[in-house]
Design a protein around this ligand. Structure first.
Ligand SMILES: [Zn+2]
Length: 312
């Protein structure tokens, strides 16, 4: 993984104002004027004549304010609304001028049409303080990735399933071994069962560190998958860390549109202990920006508050 520090969530204000005192400007212009005067550099007397009588009056004038790119509503661009209407996330991001520009606009509050709580988009952020809406949301359709699945929840949203297949094939080509899938899409109902089982096994407090409450799981969006290492047979998620597959995924998942969502050392932000097996699809464009920016959580990426625990 990159050793870069995450960019700070708050971007510098986009409407930075550069003020140049007019006195300074006049002095600079006068110097240029003097240098450009016929006959070369004038003597002191000539210079005094050439320099306009400045100081006393101009100092009272207000500073010139030159505004750089003001905060504009990026969503006012018809290309953005057209791409959103078409449900084409890649095109939306492209219409912002690329993923980093998209991210910066969202963080700066300059993209009101981009809803980070809309589970139909790759930029949705679901965590302990951001419940899915509707709570029982289900993707329009899910498909098998073709990978060996060790549960009945091996399918994912169609685009995610093909990205997962691509990731696994790339890992195998790189000699990292075979990747299978344990859980990908889990419906609200399945999540009720999964979380309920954890609560029964270990109590609520402990269950909350390893399993999402129903309506708070990325698995319900169809964008997440718990992947596993397979040889002749597949192992389980808890055996994934330290495998060649896990190391490869940590370094290369972004190339296929995924991030490792719950990294070691970021529990205070994500609310989850490290899960090297849980990959979340955010699309190739955003994943590339996430990697390039050295981010470790989606919360930081989009300038959102940490989500260490449920509210209430
Ligand atoms: Zn998971």
């Amino acid at each position: 993984m990159s050793v870069m520090q995450p960019r700070h969530a708050a971007s510098p204000p986009r409407a930075a104002v550069y003020a140049l005192p007019i006195g300074l400007l006049v002095t600079a212009l006068a110097s240029l004027w003097a240098l450009a005067a016929p006959g070369g550099i004038p003597g002191p007397a000539e210079a005094a004549a050439l320099v306009p009588p400045a100081a006393a009056s101009v100092q009272e004038l207000p500073a010139i304010e030159i505004e750089s790119a003001p905060v504009v509503d990026a969503c006012a661009d018809p290309a953005v609304s057209a791409a959103l209407a078409a449900g084409n996330d890649s095109a939306v991001i492209a219409s912002f001028g690329g993923a980093e520009s998209f991210r910066a606009s969202v963080v700066a509050g300059a993209a009101p049409c981009i809803a980070l709580d809309d589970p139909t988009h790759v930029w949705v952020v679901v965590n302990k303080v951001r419940r899915l809406s509707p709570e029982n949301y289900a993707p329009a359709s899910v498909a098998s990735s073709g990978l060996t699945a060790t549960s009945r929840s091996g399918a994912a949203r169609r685009d995610v399933a093909s990205a997962l297949a691509e990731l696994a094939s790339s890992a195998a080509d790189a000699g990292a071994g075979r990747i299978g899938v344990n859980n990908a899409y889990r419906s609200y109902t399945v999540q009720v069962r999964t979380y309920g089982q954890h609560v029964r096994d270990q109590g609520t407090a402990s269950a909350d560190t390893v399993s999402a409450r129903p309506g708070h799981s990325e698995h319900q969006t169809g964008l997440a998958a718990d992947i596993i290492a397979c040889a002749r047979s597949c192992t389980d998620i808890h055996s994934f860390a330290g495998t060649p597959q896990s190391d490869w995924v940590a370094q290369h998942a972004w190339e296929h549109g995924f991030i490792v969502r719950y990294e070691d050392g970021h529990t205070a932000t994500t609310g989850y202990v490290a899960e090297p097996w849980h990959v979340r699809y955010i699309g190739k464009e955003l994943a590339e920006a996430y990697h390039a920016g050295g981010f470790h959580t989606l919360e930081e990426f989009f300038g959102l508050p940490a989500a260490p625990d449920y509210v209430g």
